[in-house]
Design a protein around this ligand. Structure first.
Ligand code: SAM
Length: 216
């Protein structure tokens, strides 16, 4: 993600009714924010928000939260949502490392990871969002049958992620190394910004769906 400091980003994000400003105070209370008991799906590293905005438009019976570290990136998502005012979509400007302070045990039903940063150096493996350390965090905030869906064109990161599934407490439900060439897994697929960019270059997109195992 290209990082440009956009001075108005912080103000737009602070003033938006669709950005939850104090996510720690909402731990265990997200159904109150949405005003209903619909399932809650979380995208981590939501970027400019194209994926989650489209999902929220298509599925009004699911609540969506987009989590993004950088204001200057999240700005675009928030501006679009300020126009659309989708009742089932909120954003957090925050860090994946802190999700257990934002959400209570079992409060989330699905986690989406799309084109997560690769952190290629081995010493940074724990920072990779599909690592076992992060999977264990997802495990705790996910409901009993909760799932994680991960897409990336980066084969090294994907292979690493596949090796982490078991240790993270999950089991594999579905996998493809060519999402756009796999009719069943590609059904209803929503392209992210990065997915569009990298598949246009001819890169194949990998995807897995994993589910929480009953016991760690
Ligand atoms: N998901 C989008 C897509 O597929 O087009 C953006 C992909 S971009 C490579 C990764 C995004 O994740 C960036 O916007 C980055 O700021 C965000 N990100 C990376 N690490 C994060 C973390 N620890 N917490 C929250 N967001 C993070």
């Amino acid at each position: 993600m290209r990082l440009r400091n956009i001075p108005r980003a912080r103000d737009v994000i602070q003033e938006s009714a669709f950005v939850v400003q104090d996510p720690e105070a909402q731990q265990g209370k997200w159904s109150g924010i949405f005003g209903n008991d619909q399932p809650v799906h979380l995208e981590i590293g939501t970027g400019k928000g194209r994926f989650i905005l489209e999902l929220a438009m298509r599925n009004p019976d699911i609540n969506y939260i987009g989590l993004e570290k950088f204001s200057s990136v999240l700005l675009r998502a928030v501006e679009r949502q300020d126009e659309l005012q989708l009742p089932n979509l909120r954003f957090i400007r925050g860090e994946a490392e802190l999700i257990e302070t934002y959400f209570g045990e079992g409060e989330i039903d699905r986690v989406y990871l799309n084109f997560s940063d690769p952190w290629p150096k081995k010493r940074n493996a724990k920072r990779r969002l599909p690592s076992r350390e992060f999977l264990r965090r997802y495990y705790r905030i996910l409901s009993p049958d909760g799932t994680v869906e991960f897409k990336t064109d980066n084969r090294e990161l994907f292979d690493f992620g596949v090796e982490e599934i078991e240790e993270g407490g999950f089991e594999l439900l579905a996998i493809t190394y060519d999402l756009h060439g796999d009719p069943s897994m590609n059904e209803g697929n929503i392209m992210t910004e990065y997915e569009e960019k990298f598949s246009a270059k001819g890169n194949k997109i990998n995807k897995y769906i994993i589910r929480k195992k009953a016991m760690l």
